[in-house]
Design a protein around this ligand. Sequence first.
Ligand code: NAD
Ligand code: WQD
Length: 343
Amino acid sequence: MGVKRKIAVTGGCGYIGSHAMVDLILHGWDVFSIDSLVNSNEEVLEGIRSITGVPVRNYRIDLAASGAWHQLIEAEPDVVGVIHFAALKAVGDSVKFPMAYYDNNVNALLNTLRWMECAGIGSIIFSSSCTVYGASSELPVTEQNPFGIASSPYGRTKQIGEWILQDLATTGRCRAISLRYFNPAGAHPSAQIGESPRTPAQNLVPVITETAMGKRAGMTVYGKDYPTRDGTCIRDYVYIMDLARAHTLALERLLESSETPAFDAFNLGIGEGLTVLEMIHAFEKVSGQPLRYQIGARREGDMAAVYADSTKARQMLGWSPEGDVEKIMQTAWEWEKRRSNSG
Ligand code: NAD
Ligand code: WQD
């Protein structure tokens, strides 16, 4: 590649965005972040610099606020594509505060699209989620599964985001790829970056590592009476650096292949489900220490099993995820130890 082409990463200081920036930089892209830091902090930029050797700038802009994006037009000309991670993501909070979720997630996307139109940027990758399928009974879940009734306002913001992009793509004004993540987990192997939300963790892997670190007195396994091999829920955990890789591949496809549809969607899961107890045992094996957990009641809204058919991403993006549960647990544990010891 000659002159590096420039990509804007919204939510680049967050968990998935920071790992995606590393993969983009290592594959020759010039990147910058736009992040309000509502659920992150700029220390992550130092981690990215130390992994890649490349300094990365962040614009502290709330994309949901009208007009805040105007400064980007002059400050960052010649952007060729956007990867849009910026959103609030706590499912439970979205049930309690639906307005905050619709306001932030829908407006941040709309304003990003307004900026793109104004700046002549025609391509966007959108962070979607398996939650758009709702209580799908068809397993493994393919992209052909229709959207179901989402279990939360958060999930509906992802469905709305995809509809907005489909409608816009139909007009020919932008081209979009929606990436539907299953359960992202783990950290960069250097332990320089990982998941460190401002709000308390709710996802299984950080709950496990925080429990092992003694930040929590113990953890609860939500239900052991599901119709699965050990009674606990099955999910499709995808290693964060594999997930990151898929963004670079999707971007290359969007920008470099003329045959791609104006809107397309891909599932990103590895296609294998693991139970909660299997995850806990994998952690115990990797860390060499037993975990304090108790079996509790089911969590409202949880489905017994969700896992992806990711054939489309493998075939059309050339995606080949390599991280397994050991890699996830090893890197998540290294990251937890590092962030706990550094304050
Ligand atoms: P994250 O909270 O770590 O990262 C999101 C980033 O966006 C944060 O740094 C936050 O400060 C920023 N942000 C939020 N609203 C903003 C706004 N209005 N303007 C500017 N910045 C804003 O979350 P993540 O896990 O990295 O998720 C990234 C994306 O992937 C989100 O869209 C999320 O919904 C989606 N997703 C996440 C998961 C998951 O399990 N982590 C699964 C499926 C989809
Ligand atoms: C995984 C499994 C829990 C915590 C969520 C969102 C989804 C997507 C990914 C954004 C479940 C069990 C968990 C604990 C437990 N995010 N668990 N004890 O619910 O599959 O998906 O994140 O788009 O939309 O809903 O992920 O990590 O919360 O739970 O037993 O303390 O772990 O019941 O079976 P989930 P999770």
